[in-house]
Ligand binder design. Structure first.
Ligand SMILES: [Zn+2]
Ligand SMILES: [Zn+2]
Length: 452
């Protein structure tokens, strides 16, 4: 997201908050109370304005507070035997290939911020900032105050509407418009933020970031499939300590903006309770290990898509006649190679050079016919057709196959009783033989003559 778009999101959010908060007071509640100050009005609006003030303050803190980046000099502490990093070293320290630096546990790279963010939760477009170690508390408080303020706001509006139906004091046209507009904006915000905040309150309860939530889901799937054994989530310290690690140790200040404890580079771990906390997230044993997982690995493409990484040609893609031609006539093969490295038509491979002129067979097919006749006496040479994928298709002679099958099956003595028809016994001489040779039409004529 561009810088301008991000700022527009923040501007839009601020305008929305201010519209809901102040249009309802100015155009609905103020006229309702007769446009003059009273203790009742103050009692109604003061708590609401405190909530709105806290909401805006925490929103501002979310936007301007740096969630925390990884210092360029930071290295995993290899000597800390209690630390999580050492246990994690069974798989190697965490490394960000984009930042080309090590990253502490719970830190992740944000593509929008283009850096690694400490205890990254998610990148939030509404605050145009990453939500991480230093502003997650502000974010939670912001959601909390949105929930409270919106609920208070909807309650005030509903009271106004109910008052008009009870006492037949109908609101004016302008009041009515603003009542409808405030409902139409506040209720969707309350629903959306309400559901979102329930998720985040549960995340605070379990000391889990959004990213770790996805990791937990993945681990649960692996355990369910029996691929790995159950692994305890290492940062769940119990309800009280989980909240303290985000909102501070003093419960009286949990709703007040404070700086979170710790520096975000190292986190307290739960006691094992006999359950392994060795590695988070645990590795999928069947996972394909990408060579890029090695920080020293440099991805290099082979010189040609037709070759393996070691430079050799994929034998499955080599034309049938190439090997023979090279073997039998190295001089001609060299001459061909000298004509140019690549063919001018697809698939642009040197081995395809001669195929471009729509020749059905290579020019030296006569030589090969001779060779084939020598090697397979009495058998017609079969040519292979090459499909578009490069697979070779051998022509099938079904009749030949069937004959061969019958011969094979009947070769076993005693397996089948073969029906051999008797040869028709043809009389070779005598009156019957003579009779056989008379055409039927003539016979009919004779029969008519005798019977008449
Ligand atoms: Zn990074
Ligand atoms: Zn970010």
């Amino acid at each position: 997201m561009g810088r301008l778009t991000g700022r527009l999101f923040v501007l839009f959010t601020t305008c929305l908050i201010c519209f809901i908060a102040y249009s309802s007071q100015i155009f609905v509640l103020w006229p309702w109370y007769g446009r003059e100050f009273s203790v009742e009005l103050l009692g109604l609006l003061l708590p609401f304005n405190i909530l709105v003030g806290m909401l805006l303050w925490n929103y501002r803190l979310c936007v301007i507070t740096d969630p925390g980046g990884v210092p360029s000099s930071w290295r995993p502490d290899l000597n800390d035997m209690d630390g999580y990093e050492v246990k994690k070293l069974t798989r190697g320290p965490r490394y960000c290939r984009t930042c080309e630096n090590y990253k502490p546990p719970r830190a992740h790279h944000c593509r929008q911020c283009k850096r690694c963010v400490l205890r990254m939760d998610h990148h939030c477009p509404w605050v145009n900032n990453c939500v991480g170690h230093y502003n997650y508390g502000h974010f939670i408080r912001f959601l909390f105050y949105v929930d409270l303020a919106c609920t208070y706001h909807v309650t005030m509006l509903t009271k106004r509407v109910l008052y008009s139906t009870t006492f037949w004091e109908e609101p004016s046209g302008r009041e009515l418009i603003f009542i409808v507009l405030n409902y139409a904006t506040c209720i969707p915000v309350l629903l959306a933020v309400g559901i979102f905040s329930l998720y985040h309150f549960y995340a605070v309860y379990s000391n889990t970031t959004t990213i770790e939530g996805w990791e937990k889901d993945k681990v649960a799937t692996l355990v369910r499939r029996g691929r790995i054994r159950e692994v305890k989530f290492p940062y769940n310290l119990g309800l009280r300590r989980n909240i303290e690690s985000i909102l501070g140790s003093n419960p009286l200040l949990w709703c007040w903006p404070t700086v979170p404890p710790g520096n975000g580079l190292k986190y307290q771990l739960a006691d094992g309770d006999g359950v392994d906390v060795g590695q988070w997230p645990p590795e999928d044993p069947d996972r394909y290990l990408y060579p890029e997982d090695d920080p020293d690995h440099k991805l290099e493409l082979p010189a040609s898509p037709w070759t393996y990484a070691n430079g050799s040609v994929n034998p499955d893609l080599r034309p049938t006649t190439t090997g023979t031609a090279r073997r039998r006539n190295p001089a001609r093969a060299r001459a061909k190679a000298a004509e140019g490295p690549y063919a001018s038509v697809p698939p642009y491979h040197p081995d395809y050079h001669r195929q471009e002129s729509h020749e059905t067979y290579p020019v030296d097919s006569e030589d090969e016919d001779e060779q084939y006749a020598d090697e397979h006496p009495g058998r017609r040479r079969e040519f292979l057709r090459r499909g578009s994928e490069g697979y070779e298709v051998r022509p099938i002679d079904r009749e030949e196959l069937l004959k061969q099958y019958i011969v094979d099956r009947t070769a076993e003595p005693g397996r089948y009783q073969l029906y051999v028809p008797d040869p028709p016994s043809e009389p070779e001489s005598g009156p019957e033989a003579e009779d056989e040779q008379i055409p039927l039409a003539e016979k009919l004529e004779r029969w008519r003559a005798t019977s008449a």
